[in-house]
Ligand binder design. Structure first.
Ligand code: AMO
Length: 434
């Protein structure tokens, strides 16, 4: 093994073997201080010519920032050590992989680079522990969300990202050549996660990349994002809302109890409260609130400004950073949603807003074959392009679900200014690398 333990586990009084990158070097002549970094944290190493011998001392003096090294030594207590009051006296050191110098961007956080430049150098940027922490947090977040679902009998499915039809309607799909045929990159697993329910499996989820040809440069749109999708047999939308709130509540509670997360949030001065119950308003009620707050409203959808203002209102008036808006007009929602019996212009749909941004969409679906076909026709789309319809003829139970954008949720939780910061390799109209 390269290491005997991770940096965060080192205790004074023990011999350790650590592996990591050289974060900083301070050469005082006869004494050299090195800050070593691994995925778990930072620690000070000390090389003293007397203790480590000429050969090792020379190696330490010749180190370059970001060399990958393996160090053996003794951990000792020192009140003045910059990290956790422990430092390691170097006895042995091996440079395993040298680093070029200088680094393309500063990763110590001292010299700021633009987000664009940082993203050009994404994996170097992640040498900055604060950047790396976003992705460790994201992994924990998704893990807890999955944990809740599995405990509630949900089965993970893996659906194709190459399809013959634009799932979500609209124009923001990427056509691709599939041998000699035109195909599309999936905008969501929507039609698969629904169709599979005809089999008898009654609760599924799917986590994976989806594709949106969003030509706009905004701080909340990606052309490829991780969609966390849930679909279930449901009597009404209420069943879906219960699961959605359950998933989020569970993840928030677990994260708030996690020692690593607690420390990270404290450093960023962020709290993650979860309301006792997420407040709900209809789209019409939301517009009334917005008009009252002097915001412009659109007839069929919320605007980005509307989403922000609505969240401000519910944070202030109801002490909730979440608000659920339901019953959107059919005009702006996809064909697969069920419409109100007595008001067919309205759908059994919802968007969940958090800290000023939509993080999920969902609803009760139209599971009845004839009605679903009608919805497609009413949208002016060709029924023939929807292969999935044939599955709806063989005992499709009533069902509903939701889709959640993982980068958006991460960005809102950590108060990141741009959703790209929460994407490992963001794709936008101008970015295809790394
Ligand atoms: P929708 O298109 O609203 O619904 O997407 C669901 C959620 O995915 C996220 N999202 C995005 N994140 C980053 N960049 C984008 N371009 C982007 N587009 C969407 C948002 C959004 O709330 N099939 C339905 C879901 C369902 O009904 O189950 C759907 O895809 O967080």
């Amino acid at each position: 093994m390269l290491r005997s333990k991770y940096i965060s586990e080192v205790k004074a009084g023990e011999k350790v073997k650590l592996a990591g990158h050289v974060y900083e070097i301070r050469d005082l002549g006869k004494l050299v201080f090195v800050i070593l970094r691994d995925v778990s944290g930072l620690i000070q190493l000390v090389a003293n010519k007397k203790d480590c011998g000429d050969e090792v001392f020379k190696k330490v003096k010749n180190l370059t920032k970001e060399d990958f090294v393996v160090v053996e030594g003794e951990a000792v207590a020192n009140e003045k050590a910059p990290y956790r009051k422990v430092e390691v006296l170097i006895k042995k050191l091996e440079v395993i992989a040298e680093s070029d110098s200088p680094q393309p961007i500063d990763v110590s956080g001292k010299i700021e680079s633009t987000l664009d430049k940082r993203l050009d150098w994404r994996f170097i940027d992640m040498k900055n522990p604060d950047v790396l922490a976003i992705f460790i947090f994201q992994s924990k977040l998704v893990g807890f969300m999955e944990e809740f679902l599995r405990r509630n009998r949900f089965v993970r499915i893996f659906t194709s990202r190459i399809t013959n039809a634009a799932t979500e309607g609209g124009a923001d799909y990427f056509p691709i050549m599939y041998f000699n045929k035109e195909a599309f990159l999936a905008q969501s697993p929507q039609l698969y996660k629904e169709s599979v329910l005809v089999s008898g499996i009654d609760r599924v989820y799917d986590v994976g990349m989806v594709y949106r040809a969003e030509p706009h440069h905004t701080t909340r749109h990606l052309c490829e994002y991780v969609s966390f999708d849930v679909e279930m047999v449901s009597e009404s939308m209420r069943d879906v809302l219960e699961i959605q709130e359950g998933v989020l509540r569970y993840a928030f509670e677990k994260l708030n109890k996690d020692e690593w997360v607690k420390e990270m949030l404290e450093k960023r001065n962020i709290q993650l409260p979860f309301p006792k119950k997420i407040p709900e308003v209809s789209f019409e009620e939301a517009n009334e609130i917005l008009k009252g707050a002097g915001a412009e409203v659109e007839e069929h959808d919320l605007t980005p400004e509307g989403e922000r203002k609505l969240c401000e209102y519910f944070t202030k008036e109801h002490d909730s950073e979440f608000v659920l808006v339901h019953s959107f007009p059919f005009a702006k929602k996809p064909f697969y949603l069920m419409r109100y019996k007595d008001r067919p212009e309205i759908t059994h749909s919802f968007d969940l807003l958090y800290r000023g941004l939509e993080i999920t969409s969902g609803g009760q679906r139209e599971h009845r074959y004839e009605e679903r076909v009608k919805n497609i026709r009413d949208k002016g789309m060709a029924v023939e392009q929807f292969d999935h319809l044939r599955f709806f003829k063989y005992g499709m139970p009533p069902h509903g679900g939701f889709g959640l954008g993982i980068e958006r949720l991460t960005a809102q939780m950590l108060k990141l200014k741009n959703v790209r910061e929460a994407s490992l390799t963001p794709r936008d109209p101008d970015r295809l690398v790394p």
